[in-house]
Design a protein around this ligand. Structure first.
Ligand code: SF4
Ligand code: SF4
Length: 230
């Protein structure tokens, strides 16, 4: 899930002031931002109370199923058309993808209320950790399922660095060094670590901007001579 944190409120206030917004519609996200306690109903209502206490009218609010779903967001804007029309701006408590989805769904200026910080694993309730930076050239097959570029604070593909001490990370001192953990897990699984360093990653595989069109892919695969394996 996408992990978000609340944006500094002074900044949010100045964004709204830049837009000359005296009337604001607030929207959140029923998925990631709800789980992260940043853009669910409680946080949207807290933002509403805060804006109203500061003399800004809140014309309405919504928390749709998932803020980054274009169709869902269009439906939400239709449901709240009147409240949106009377607003000068939309404050979005969702990740950057959700903000952009809202910006496409309405002609009213949209402004973010959160910071999108990482793609997170839910370790336990309320605890999230970054385990993948979606690099497009995964090495987990060679690192016993531990991502070195994400979990090593220096992002080292090969390690450990010279600062590793007694198996522990020199940056996050209460944590085992990622590269020690990789070697340990490989040994536990009786897998040979060749000593060959991992080759540089091919960052050209990282789609920028990312776009996958499964329908187009299926059509291309169905064309004569374009079936699997060709
Ligand atoms: S190597 Fe790349 S794709 Fe694989 S877990 Fe790490 S960041 Fe994610
Ligand atoms: S000690 Fe290990 S995990 Fe920590 S920064 Fe160095 S290589 Fe990375």
């Amino acid at each position: 899930m996408i992990i978000t944190r609340p944006r500094d409120w002074d900044r949010v206030r100045s964004q709204l002031a830049d837009l000359g917004a005296r009337r604001v519609f607030i929207t959140g996200c029923g998925q990631c931002a709800t789980v992260a306690n940043t853009g669910g109903e409680a946080e949207v209502l807290a933002a509403k109370a805060r804006l109203e206490a500061e003399g800004i009218e809140v014309t309405g609010w919504s928390v749709g199923e998932v803020a980054c779903h274009s169709g869902g967001q269009r439906l939400e804007t239709r449901k709240h058309a009147g409240e949106l029309e009377s607003a000068d701006a939309v404050l979005v408590l969702a990740c950057g993808a959700g903000v952009q989805t809202m910006a496409e769904a309405t002609s009213i200026p949209v402004t973010p209320g959160l910071e999108s910080v990482f793609l997170g694993n839910v370790v336990r309730h309320g605890v999230f950790e970054e385990r993948c930076q979606m690099c497009g050239d995964c090495v987990l097959d060679r690192t016993a399922g531990i991502c070195p570029v994400t979990t090593c604070p220096k992002g080292l593909l090969n390690g450990p660095c010279g600062g590793m001490w007694d198996g522990m990370c020199e940056v996050l001192t209460d944590r085992e060094c990622t590269h020690v953990a990789i070697r340990r897990r490989l040994a536990e699984q009786h897998r040979v670590k060749t000593g060959e360093p991992l080759p540089p990653k091919d960052y050209s595989k990282k789609l920028k901007p990312g776009r996958v069109d499964l329908r187009a892919e299926r059509k291309a695969a169905a064309r004569p001579g374009m079936g699997e394996g060709s």
